[in-house]
Design a protein around this ligand. Structure first.
Ligand code: SAM
Ligand code: F3S
Length: 451
């Protein structure tokens, strides 16, 4: 890379979808303008903020970070500042009104137009904005992803058409759109040709995937997984985030049939109370959800399950909260991402009055988090003495002669081995807990033969 390459710094808020989008922004500007990614904003020529608006204070976080960047731009006026992601999509013009030094505003569906926006901005020296929702065009214009390491993410669908009453995503990312089957397979083949062994399929409702085959037939999520599992090089498949309503019998059957499908699933339920689930417009009951989980555990007995919970949805009673805790006990979750309900402008739930105090909500959140954290630790300890399949990822920087890998259930595993095993699956026996999410293990007792 030439020493004169321009540098792009990208700050990412929010979920894995945004992390993925940020990498694609770097890929795009690398392919179009030879830019390289830097992790130091002070030396950047282009500063990009990839925003998330899922919870409150997102907008304020964006403007306070932009305030810091304004000072950098005062020192180097040629710096170009761009704001992308869901806050950009939601706020549009307001961003420029409040922060006139911003040069580019683009949404999650127009990030592929970033090189064009950048050129336009440089040519005309005026700010540019594009927060439209062009159907599926985005993926046709993205360059092949750059690969680092043996794990990679791939976005297979975008947006959400579920319109839960509390959620802003359908308004900021648009309705569900699936990428065609052939495009997904081609991108995965490109990744595996560069040494990727574990793939994580991404989407707001990833199991709602309905891509088209080239003959026009529809490919379900379960079918897609079967095809990917048959691809050369693929050793493990994960996905996130899934929706209970799309957790089909086919998908459950895939857990019995496809060992490459990891034994960990993130299946958000939000609440265990039927009254709250109805007010959230989730379109299922706690019993419906439990029935799915029961079937899933029958298909894959060692599966670990995680969920998102929203605590303090308007008028959540003690009984509603107890129903959530009962459901948590029954499912025996491994992890959760739990937050207090946050009013999002433009969503139906933001209009609801609320009788629950902030104090009560905070107490409920602590109870829930403490309970699930104990589960995480117990499940980590339960691994001791078991044999686990590990993807060897990198050399440990903590202990000489040790490697770091990941188990099917997302635990980090430290074990004695050498770097020649990176990118291979091995079996190890777990010997002790390292921390709540990590364990130590023996040297490999089996090593995958790559032929
Ligand atoms: N597909 C997922 C599902 O089945 O629910 C949802 C993905 S959503 C982008 C990620 C998470 O953000 C949700 O599961 C929810 O817990 C949280 N979330 C969304 N809106 C929220 C709000 N207004 N307040 C608090 N948490 C919220
Ligand atoms: Fe949001 Fe519900 Fe979709 S939580 S992303 S509207 S499934």
């Amino acid at each position: 890379m030439s020493t004169t390459s321009k540098k792009v710094y990208i700050e990412t808020q929010g979920c894995q979808m945004n992390e993925y989008d940020s990498s694609r922004m770097a890929d795009l500007l690398g392919a179009s303008h030879g830019m390289v990614r830097t992790f130091n904003p002070e030396e950047a020529d282009v500063l990009l903020m990839n925003t998330c608006s899922i919870r409150e204070k997102a907008e304020e976080k964006v403007f306070s970070a932009l305030g810091r960047w304004r000072k950098l731009k005062e020192k180097r006026p040629e710096m170009v500042i761009g704001v992308g992601g869901c806050v950009a999509s939601q706020e549009g013009e307001t961003i420029r009104k409040r922060a006139p030094y911003v040069d580019m505003v683009f949404g999650p569906q127009t990030l592929h137009r970033l090189p064009k926006l950048f050129d336009e901005r440089n040519k005309n020296k005026i700010a540019v904005m594009d927060i439209s929702f062009p159907e599926n065009e985005k993926f046709d214009f993205l360059p092949e992803p750059k690969v680092e390491g043996c794990k990679a993410y791939i976005s297979i669908m975008e947006g959400c058409s579920k319109y839960c009453s509390f959620c802003v995503v359908p308004y900021t990312r648009g309705e569900e759109i699936s990428r065609p089957f052939d495009d997904v397979i081609a991108e995965i083949a490109h990744l595996t040709s560069q040494g990727v062994r574990e793939i994580t399929l991404l989407g707001q409702n990833v199991n709602g995937y309905r891509g088209t085959f080239h003959n026009g037939d529809i490919c379900s999520f379960a079918e897609l997984i079967k095809h990917i599992a048959d691809m050369e090089g693929i050793g493990r498949i994960r996905y996130t985030t899934s929706h209970p309503l799309e957790f089909s019998d086919d998908l459950i059957a895939a857990y019995a049939e496809i060992p490459k499908l990891a034994s960990h699933v993130h299946l958000p339920v939000q609440s265990g109370s039927d009254a709250i689930l109805a007010a959230m417009k989730r379109n299922h009951t706690a019993a419906d959800y439990l029935a799915r989980i029961k079937k899933l555990k029958a298909a894959r007995p060692d599966i670990l399950i995680s969920s998102d919970f929203i605590i303090g949805f308007p008028n959540e009673t003690d009984d509603d909260f107890m129903a959530t805790m009962n459901l948590i006990a029954e499912v025996d979750y491994d992890h959760s991402f739990s937050f207090i309900f946050s009013k999002r402008p433009g969503t139906p739930a933001a209009e609801l009055s609320d009788s629950v105090s902030e104090e009560t909500k905070k107490q409920r959140l602590v109870i829930l988090k403490d309970h699930i954290k104990k589960n995480t630790l117990r499940k980590t300890r339960d691994m001791i003495g078991t044999t686990q399949r590990i993807l060897v990822e990198k050399v440990s920087d903590r202990q000489e002669g040790y490697m770091v890998g990941s188990a099917d259930n997302l635990r980090v595993v430290y074990f004695p081995a050498d770097a020649s095993l990176i990118g291979r699956f091995v079996d190890v026996v777990i010997t002790e807990e390292a921390n709540v999410n990590a364990v130590r293990a023996t040297a490999p007792i089996w090593v995958e033969d790559l032929g």
